[in-house]
Structures are given as structure tokens and as C-alpha cells.
Ligand binder design. Sequence first.
Ligand code: A3P
Length: 295
Amino acid sequence: MPINQGMRSTNNCDFYASLDGGLKAVTYMQRHFQAFDSDVIVSGLQKCGTTWLKALTFSTLYRNQFAKDEHPLLSFNPHPLFRSLESYFYLKNPCPNLENISVYKPRAFSTHLPCASLLASIKDSNCKIVFVCRNPMDMFISLWFFLDKVRDKSKELLPLDEAFDKFFRGIFPFGPFFDHVLGYLKASRENPNKILFLKYEDLKEDIVSQLNHLDVFLGVLFTEEEENEGVVEEIAKICSFDNLKELEVNKKGINESFGIPYKAYFRKGEVGDWSNHLTPAMVERLEKLMQEKLV
Ligand code: A3P
């Protein structure tokens, strides 16, 4: 399945439609983007926890660049704080000047592209990539509910079994799942200083210790003073599901690029919700695929 099928369809909220917008976006990006050694790129499939990862990365990386009581997450959803490499280029300007794209330094971007589709300047530079992965069953259920929230209401939601079948065959934006995840996993094992591979489930289990990996990886170590002052716990708290979900911007705001209400990015925020929705046959099919892919 092509990496970006359905990207443009976020505009009309039908993810299984149109190819051309997404392909153009990626093509522009591949032609024009030049990575800096200092760049940070946040990556992951949709519904694997990218909103959370953006919040955590932003808060860790730039924590000394804004006043505590003026934390940008209080007024911005995490998504617009990171330019999406593939959609920004296409939607705003095919050849923008990105030199001073951000008031915060270093520059940071986001992407859903598979590792293999990242262009040479990203692969060859010393820029850093933080990737988040999630149990595919939870990711699929999250995606299915998300599509329901953002779909054109004149169109029917794809029934769960049909959507599952498509997901299973890799027919969803930036799929197939295992190709995507294993590409980053392999690259992170080969080059752990360049790619940090995080799991949604680990973040849920112990966010503080995961933040303590993130600061080291990004080269912005929490100082002893910061640790004593509880800065790490504060970051975990401000980025938490319960906090972000209740902020005015996330209750009422809209992702202008895609016309998606920010509240659609926050549902349950739990591990294992798949067990409430997938049939035993679906679970069996996916488990078999997992075994095949993860050998
Ligand atoms: P659920 O639908 O299972 O609740 P993405 O951000 O990649 O689009 O992924 C969305 C998923 O992450 C949704 O999962 C959403 O509820 C969850 N999520 C969003 N913000 C979160 C946060 N701060 N902490 C934990 N989970 C979060």
C-alpha cells in the first residue's frame, strides 16, 4: 500500500479516498527539505500517541525557552507546534523558507512517513528522530473511532470488520503497520543515537523514566536542580491525557490545516481498549500476523 494513501482525504474526512494530495506533499518535501544536524523530528503512525509525544518532546526540548506560566501547551494543541514535513510543504507553499521557521531552537518537525521514505538529508545528517509505536490492536481501534469523529457525516463509517480487513492488509494512511514500525526499529538499533524508539505502553507505565531517556537522547539533560524542583514530573503532568484533554484549546480548537477539531485527538488514552471491540477472530488474525512479522 502506498505510504500516503488517504492523506488529503483528511480535508474531506474520508481517509480511504484520494491519493494525489499526499503524494504531492511528499514529493515537494523530498525535493526541497534540507535537514540541519540540530533538527529534531517526531515520528509515528497516526493514533500511536503522536499528540502525546509532541507535547513531551516540546516541553523537554524547549523548557528553558518559555516562562513556566506561559507554557505554549496552555494555548496550543501539540500538533501545530511541530510542522508536519509532508503536509506543510504541500498545503502552504511548495518551497518555503524554513531557516527560521520556529521561534524555538533547534527546529523541530513531525512526520508520519516510514523510515525508508525519509530523504537522504534526514538520514545523512545528525538530526534526531523520536519515534513512537503502539500495540497495533489499540492503534487500529483508536483510528476507527477517530475516523468516525472526523468523517463527512453524509458518508457512512466503514463497519469495524471492513475497516479491520483494510488495516490488516495495510490499507490505511502510511501503512502497513509492521513495515512502518519495523523500519524504525531496525534503524534505531543500528543507530540508537539518531533514532529513539519509544512505546506508548512504556510511556503509560512510567512516564518519568521515559522522560529521562528523552532528555539524554535530545541532549537536554535534566539538571540535578531541575530534578529536585520536580521539573520532570511537571512536564509529565502538563502533557498528561487528563490535563491536555481539559484545556480550552483542545476542547474547542480546530486543526486549521485539516479541519479536524482538536478534541478528536483525545479519546480514552488507555492501554488495551482493543479488548472491548475486536472479535476473537480479529485478534487471532492479528496475533498470527504479529508472530510472522516479529520473528
Ligand atoms: P485512544 O483513541 O486509544 O484513546 P495520536 O496522537 O497519534 O493521534 O494518537 C491518539 C491516541 O493517543 C488516542 O488514543 C488518544 O486518546 C491518545 N492520547 C492523546 N493524548 C494523549 C496523552 N497526553 N496521553 C496519553 N494518550 C493520549
